[in-house]
Write a protein that binds this ligand. Structure first.
Ligand SMILES: [Fe+2]
Ligand SMILES: [Fe+2]
Length: 151
């Protein structure tokens, strides 16, 4: 059972994993339409998901979850540093997606990065958070995350 403050984030992760898989399959020519039409459609889907879901999602992690965990657990620092680097790479990828050639390779790589990022948060970040969070901070963080996601 996920901590209540993490449930909306896990919900985004679930959809993000589906999208990451579609990006990789599209890149490998396993989803129709094949060729540049399908690649463009998938790139659009990624950009839309990034704008609507991942932008507020990253904000909630960067403004609420990461700072709290950094202060609560020194052993979280290397992990959070890696996750922040992933966010920067994903932001840059979303901003440039659809431009230039080699869209198949770019889509494959962005799908791969998104999946690895989400799995690390689910397997390492969230359990670490759940280990350290207490009842009162948990309530406060839940409200803060919900406020950021609703902006
Ligand atoms: Fe993240
Ligand atoms: Fe996340």
């Amino acid at each position: 059972m996920r901590h209540p403050s993490l449930i909306p984030l896990s919900h985004d992760h679930h959809h993000g994993l589906g999208l990451a898989l579609r990006c990789r399959k599209q890149a490998l020519g396993r989803i129709k339409p094949l060729g540049s039409q399908g690649l463009k459609e998938r790139a659009e889907e990624f950009k839309n998901f990034f704008a609507q879901n991942l932008t507020p999602h990253f904000k909630a992690e960067e403004e609420a979850l990461f700072p709290w965990l950094r202060a609560a657990a020194a052993d979280s620092h290397p992990l959070i540093d890696d996750l922040l680097r992933d966010h920067e790479q994903l932001r840059a990828a979303a901003a440039g997606l659809g431009e230039g050639r080699e869209l198949a390779k770019i889509l494959f790589d962005v799908g791969d990065l998104l999946e690895r990022h989400i799995r690390r948060e689910e397997r390492e970040l969230f359990p670490l958070f759940e280990k350290h969070v207490g009842a009162s901070d948990g309530e406060r963080l839940k409200a803060e995350i919900e406020r950021i996601l609703a902006r």
